[in-house]
Write a protein that binds this ligand. Sequence first.
Ligand SMILES: C[S@@+](CC[C@H](N)C(=O)[O-])C[C@H]1O[C@@H](n2cnc3c(N)ncnc32)[C@H](O)[C@@H]1O
Length: 194
Amino acid sequence: MNDTEIRRVPAALRGIVADTEAMSFNMISESKVGALLAALAASKPGGRLLELGTGTGHGTAWLLAGMDVGATLDTVDTDETVVAVARRHLGDDRRVRFHVMDGAVYLQQAEPGRFDLIYADAWPGKFSHLDEALTLLRPGGMYVIDDLLPQPNWPDGHASKVPVLIESLERREEFMTVRLAWASGLMLVVRRAS
Ligand SMILES: C[S@@+](CC[C@H](N)C(=O)[O-])C[C@H]1O[C@@H](n2cnc3c(N)ncnc32)[C@H](O)[C@@H]1O
C-alpha cells in the first residue's frame, strides 16, 4: 500500500495550496493528515466540529469534505491574513464559521461538552489551555493533534514540550488515547462515556 496516493481531494485544495505557497505560509498541514480528518469528520453526522488554528484553510477544507450537510465547523485563528485565504476558498460553505480571535479566549468562552471533534492545531488548546479544550468534548468526542514528530519549522526548545503533552494526555482516565507515528505524528484522544 502506498499511502501517499490520496484520490479524493477537496476541490478547494488546489487554490488553497497555491495561495499558501504564494504567501510563504509554512505551517500548512499535510495531505495525509487531511485525509484522516475527513474520515473522522464523516464519523460525526450532524456533529459540531472545532479547529484551533485555521491557517490558510487546508485542514478546514478536509474537515468540510468529510462532514455531512447537518454538521458545523467553527475555526479559530488570530491572523486575519491567513484566514482571508481560507475565507476566499471556503467562505461560501454555510457549515463553517470563521473566528479571528485568540484561541485561548475562544476556549474560555465556549460551552463545555459542545464539540464532537476538535482539531487542535494552534498553541492554545494544545501546549496551553489543554484542560479547557478537553472540557469542550462530549462523550465519544475526539481530540486530534498532529506535528508530534520533529518538524522543520519547530522553534528551538520545542522538542522537549512534545513528550510532556503526550504524557499529560495519556494520564487522563476519562480518555482513550492512541499514538500514531505516521505523517507528521498524531495523537487521537477520545472522551469515554462515563
Ligand atoms: C499550524 S498552523 C494551522 C494550520 C492549519 N490548521 C492547516 O491545516 O493547515 C497554526 C495557526 O495557529 C495560528 N495561531 C497562532 N497563535 C494563535 C492563537 N493564540 N490563537 C489562535 N490561533 C493562533 C497561526 O496564525 C497559524 O495560522
